[in-house]
Design a binder for this molecule. Sequence first.
Ligand code: FAD
Ligand code: SF4
Ligand code: SF4
Length: 338
Amino acid sequence: MERKKVLVIGGGAAGMSSALELAERGVEVYLVEKEKEIGGRAATYCCKATDECNRCAACLVLQEKDKVAQEPLIQVYTSARVEEIKKRGNGYQVKILYDGDDAVTLEVQAVIVATGFDPYDLSRRSEFAYGVEKNVITGLELEKAIKEKGGLVAAFGSDIKKIGFIQCVGSRDLSIGNGYCSRVCCMYAAKLAKIIRHELPDAEINIFYMDFQSFGKCFSEFNKELRETDKIKFIRAIPSKIYGFPYDRLTVRYTDSLVGKQTEDKYDLIVLSLAITPSRGSRDLAERLGITLDKYGFMQGGAEGIFAAGVCEGPKDIPQTIGHAKAAAGEAYRYLFS
Ligand SMILES: Cc1cc2nc3c(=O)[nH]c(=O)nc-3n(C[C@H](O)[C@H](O)[C@H](O)COP(=O)(O)OP(=O)(O)OC[C@H]3O[C@@H](n4cnc5c(N)ncnc54)[C@H](O)[C@@H]3O)c2cc1C
Ligand code: SF4
Ligand code: SF4
């Protein structure tokens, strides 16, 4: 009997996990990734171990990437996009453009969409001075800089003495239509703060928050440890303005909700925990594949033989993404053999 074939769109943690699950069950997979390499966002994250592993799961993604490279039933197309997709018989005919001018037409019986997320677009939020002040960065940029340079000092210099994390930027904010919680940024900010404290024991680290989202017992304990052992301070306020002058530190203006007073404070580095939003192009893809979207643009139910996996369906951390993607692959498998 000819092998069943599945197209997986997006080669991040979700796409790779779905592809591996299907391949392990004997299904042939075409994995299409728009970037030059598979791995998705999480392949750029740093290890958050201090003297011990802090269970951030970033290394799981690198392991999945190695497994994909060794799996003969997965054919990877990078720098690739789905140019055309149409229903044909019991499946779909797909035209893929990859590596510049190359094209291939494939027949598949099911499709898994795993297009992930983009960070919240800050272009209309001038109050944070992002793109104006070089030491105002995003969580994604901090992850990448620490991974590439090996530490905060190597990445930003030895003058960094006071660091602020600003939570919920673009999340849980009905004034901009994003009422949902991005679910991962409290966890990664806390773990990043912990490795910075480990590298720079004398640095002052403050986390600005609305209310600290804690998922599960482990994280509540981690949070307690941050306050007590690592001396990280939590300020219940979202800053209203950040500005700088040449040769001066960054000024952060905020109203502390506990004291009720407007305050200005100086920082050397500000990290914005941006909302997870559906990736650009996912709306167009959803229309072409008959996928319904929720009110924020995350993918819900698909048409016949179409399944959504990972963060394109809603915010998740890496372990949840992998679990969701394996479940989506299981559903696709049952569909193929029902
Ligand atoms: C700053 C930050 C730090 C984080 N740190 C952690 C952490 O320490 N631990 C943790 O557990 N979680 C962390 N997360 C969450 C983690 O990023 C996600 O769980 C994970 O990336 C989800 O994987 P995904 O495959 O669903 O999406 P993505 O990682 O976004 O992957 C999607 C892939 O699809 C590709 N793609 C998109 N559209 C198309 C298209 N049309 N055609 C082809 N390819 C396409 C993209 O290029 C990408 O490679 C963090 C999130 C952020 C924002
Ligand atoms: S990447 Fe994260 S999970 Fe892996 S060893 Fe480092 S801290 Fe632990
Ligand atoms: S996870 Fe934390 S920072 Fe992110 S939106 Fe939810 S409460 Fe805000």
